[in-house]
Design a protein around this ligand. Structure first.
Ligand code: GDP
Length: 477
């Protein structure tokens, strides 16, 4: 496909400070090489240790990836039901589960876990993983082979006989047992129980070292709690001297839009956003059983954007304002399942002049009305919109939304977060600035593994704190 054959090859840092391996064929995944043409130079450089660990991971993945000799040998253990305990390759299998924003965050979490535990990450392709993303690792696929023996992933739940929490509960395993099964299912979904949550304890982690296959299902960005596991602490601080860049770097390393999605992104960007002096992203996600649009949400968006000077004021008295000198142009990119908010904002800037003369254009790529998990173009557009939001200069996001977290993290942006409305009224203040660009872990454990008692895990270390948009969540600062 000839997507942007005439894109100017500026002498920019194509490999993102060494984050990306220099071994790929350009045509198979244009976004990997062209993203740098659309982004401002990133102020955050990956540590040289992270870069070296990624190269080391890539060679492990090549040596242990699907269909290699080591893979086949480890697979034999799985088929025989016997774990011999000694394997040179161990695996984390990530199950495709939940909305696209959630999946992007959980895949980054699973990859970091694989990196920390010297495991190889293999990805259940679900309905659309191959359609949305390029392969991130050179020379070896990250996709789990379709003929993988445990491919009935929907049967994995908390009652599964190999569910680690369930096995603990029924005393068929404990963290000092000698014998372990060849695979365990780790249930890290938001409804997980206290047994499942022992995943975040060192003792349990040391048991996992003997288990060649870990099958993981989650809908949460669980990285903040990995920073509270003592045995991972030192490695994590070597990998990420700046802790708020974990998803920023891992996201840019792992998630390259497929050519089909890259076409959606680049055509939209070039048609509507590239020429503006400033780009503002507004991501609206309303967690309400009714679809809206709602007046209180519109009021909140406007009061936040005007008060924080994200958007210019309009003059409702004057019919026209004569611009003095240069007219700055602002392009607003709005994303939402509904088109109501976009129409109101666009009309506001059509019906009234801005006080200071800026020219404001307002765009929304799609309004899909409701979440549709199984439709190919729907998820392509959702991914394209997250990515387009990440290309803006200033971002306003909705509370609790992983869709917004992906955009802020990839873009390296600290968004203005709209507080979650209660009882259909706009909160006052309407929003505040995020303290870091990291995603929020919505369902963290509150457990002290050593003391075996409850603890506020958001108060243990300065770099893991409660989230701005969810008081019980945890995020890195
Ligand atoms: P979250 O529910 O906000 O945390 O985000 P997810 O991405 O996990 O799930 C929401 C899903 O709803 C997305 O994956 C899309 O399928 C859809 N969706 C929500 N908001 C938008 C939007 O603004 N644009 C598009 N195209 N889809 C959206």
């Amino acid at each position: 496909e000839d997507i942007i054959s005439h894109a100017v090859e500026a002498p920019k840092d194509k490999l993102l400070g060494g984050l990306l391996a220099d071994e790929f064929d350009e045509g198979s995944c244009l976004s990997r090489f062209q993203s740098v043409l659309f982004r401002k130079a990133a102020p955050h450089k990956p540590s040289s240790y992270l870069v070296s660990r990624l190269r080391r991971y890539e060679s492990l993945h090549r040596r242990c990836g699907a269909y290699t000799e080591s893979y086949n040998r480890t697979l034999e253990q799985l088929k025989s039901g016997q774990s011999t305990g000694t394997t040179d390759c161990n695996y984390v299998v990530w199950i495709s589960f939940s909305g696209l924003g959630n999946r992007i965050l959980t895949l980054a979490s699973a990859f970091l876990y694989a990196l920390l535990t010297n495991r190889v990450l293999l990805v259940d392709r679900g309905t659309d993983m191959t359609d949305l993303f390029c392969e991130p690792f050179p020379g070896a696929s990250w996709l789990l082979p379709l003929e993988f023996p445990l491919n009935q992933f929907s049967s994995f739940n908390q009652e599964h006989p190999h569910c680690y929490g369930n096995m603990l509960k029924n005393n068929v395993i404990n963290s000092s047992t000698g014998s372990v099964p060849p695979f365990l299912y780790l249930h890290l979904v938001h409804d997980y129980n206290d047994h499942d949550k022992l995943f975040f304890c060192d003792q349990d982690q040391s048991l996992f070292q003997k288990v060649p296959w870990l099958i993981m299902k989650t809908d949460n960005y669980f990285v903040p709690s990995l920073f509270l596991v003592p045995s991972f602490e030192q490695e994590l601080s070597n990998l990420f001297p700046n802790k708020e860049t974990v998803f920023h770097h891992l996201g840019r390393y792992l998630f390259h839009p497929s050519n089909a999605v890259w076409g959606l992104i680049t055509r939209y960007y070039q048609a509507y956003l590239s020429k503006a002096d400033e780009r503002v992203g507004i991501q609206i996600r309303v967690f309400d059983t009714d679809t809206g649009p709602f007046q209180h949400v519109l009021d909140q968006i406007l009061s936040c954007s005007l008060r924080e000077k994200v958007l210019p004021e309009v003059d409702v008295q004057k019919p026209i304002i004569r611009p003095s000198g240069n007219q700055r142009s602002i392009a607003i990119l709005m994303t939402s399942l509904s088109s109501g908010y976009f129409e109101k904002v666009r009309n506001m800037y059509w019906e009234h002049p801005t006080v200071t003369g800026e020219v404001v254009s307002v765009y929304q790529p799609s309004h899909e009305e409701y979440q549709q998990a199984e439709k190919q173009m729907h998820n392509r557009k959702a991914w394209a919109e997250m990515y387009l939001l990440s290309l803006t200069d200033v971002l306003v996001t909705s509370s609790w939304s992983t869709f917004g977290y992906v955009a802020q993290g990839l873009g390296g942006l600290k968004p203005w977060i709209l507080y979650k409305p209660e009882n259909r009224t706009a909160p006052d203040p309407p929003c505040h600035r995020a303290m870091s660009m990291e995603p929020c872990f919505h369902a963290p454990p509150f457990y002290d593994c050593k003391a075996k008692s409850g603890v506020d895990t958001g108060a243990l270390v300065p770099h893991v704190r409660h989230c701005e948009d969810m008081s019980w969540g945890l995020k890195l600062f």
